[in-house]
Design a protein around this ligand. Structure first.
Ligand code: 2NL
Length: 348
């Protein structure tokens, strides 16, 4: 090929290239145009390679034209690429655009179980009175759960009917605790009087489930031991606790009751918070039976290493479920254990 033909190719390819570049709508189009017009296998590159066959003078002129044409195309490509990148970036931004004025999606948080709410509320009353919280194991041994509490081996509460015995090989003496008193026994064993404690927690009984019975329930027990503690201290404390939980205008009443670990024992009723003692659907006769109580049996004190001639004490225990049912008007105990979110969310 002579110089005129090559000059023609460079000029024609430059014009074709500029047109292709101008028409490239995307970065991919532009890339394809570059390969086609000035790539290694392009007509342009082939023509440039054949410059070597020209005379010095022709090669100088045609070579200059080739370089100028290539620079024109490359310049157009660079310019176009920048413009297309701007467009692509703007499109990305637009696609990623979020509306900051939309309301957020609030993460769903859990809430306290109604029994936890009520248990804490009960414990809170005792904390305000200066009591300390103690906890103990739910798997107890026979001594802490029964013997220390003056419950002899032939006591009705010890038969299989009332107690759940976990199948632990070689440990026939273990039980699922039937009251949280066991934790209080452990506290008395570990320290001298005075003792002012409450022990909240789960307890277990062999029961067939119905609206008012379950094999697992919750208790808060209260224990005071010191020199000079009398029945008046028990009664005063009960009154303060009943008023704190059910309202300052409540009254309490005591009646005789038997528990092996107290002497004397008393059942405690509180005047109804709905009808104030007149009688209604909540209470029946104006009184709500609330808890069991008594003066700690001297034998229980001796079992823990306390001198029962010097020290006396009172104790009482209340059911958390019973209190929660009264508080929230729940009529079926099983509702607390079904994990029905529609039920539980009411307490959030
Ligand atoms: C009830 C009755 C009661 C106690 C619990 C107690 C604890 C020790 C010593 C003596 Cl360490 N007594 N606790 C006393 C009387 C009654 O609970 O009906 N609870 C739900």
């Amino acid at each position: 090929m002579d110089a005129a033909e090559l000059l023609g190719i460079f000029e024609a390819e430059r014009d074709r290239g500029l047109a292709l570049v101008a028409g490239a709508a995307t970065l991919d189009d532009l890339e394809a145009a570059q390969v086609e017009v000035i790539g290694r296998k392009s007509a342009f590159s082939a023509a440039q390679k054949s410059l070597g066959g020209l005379s010095d003078e022709d090669r100088r002129v045609a070579g200059k034209a080739a370089n100028e044409a290539r620079q024109a195309i490359q310049g157009a490509i660079d310019e176009r690429r920048e413009a297309l990148q701007l467009v692509a970036g703007a499109a990305l931004l637009e696609a990623d655009r979020i509306d900051l004025t939309l309301p957020g999606r609030r993460p769903r948080t859990g809430s306290l179980h109604p029994l936890t709410i009520v248990e804490r509320e009960i414990v809170e009353v005792f904390l305000r009175l200066g009591f300390r919280v103690v906890e103990g194991p739910e798997i107890e041994d026979d001594w802490h759960n029964f013997q220390a509490l003056n419950i002899p081996p032939d006591h009705p509460a010890r038969t299989m009917k009332d107690t759940i015995y976990p199948a632990i090989p070689g440990r026939a003496d273990l039980v699922l605790r039937t009251e949280t008193s066991a934790a209080q026994i452990r506290t008395m064993q570990s320290q001298p009087p005075p003792v002012h404690i409450v022990s909240p927690g789960r307890v277990y009984r062999r029961e067939t489930s119905d609206a008012t019975h379950l094999p697992v329930f919750h208790q808060v027990e209260c224990l005071v031991v010191d020199e000079g503690i009398t029945f008046a201290h028990l009664k005063g404390t009960l009154e303060i606790v009943a008023k704190a939980l059910f309202g300052q205008s409540r009254r309490i009443r005591l009646g005789p009751a038997y528990f092996p670990f107290v002497e004397p024992g008393a059942e405690v009723g509180v005047s109804c918070f709905k009808c104030d003692g007149a009688g209604c659907r909540v209470c029946g006769n104006g009184w709500i039976e609330l808890l069991g109580s008594g003066m700690v049996h001297p034998q229980v004190l001796e079992n823990c290493g306390y001198d029962s001639e010097r020290y006396t004490g009172f104790a009482f225990g209340m059911g958390v479920e019973r209190f929660a049912m009264l508080r929230y008007g729940v009529t079926d105990l099983r509702a607390f254990f079904e994990n029905d979110l529609a039920f539980l969310r009411q307490f959030a």
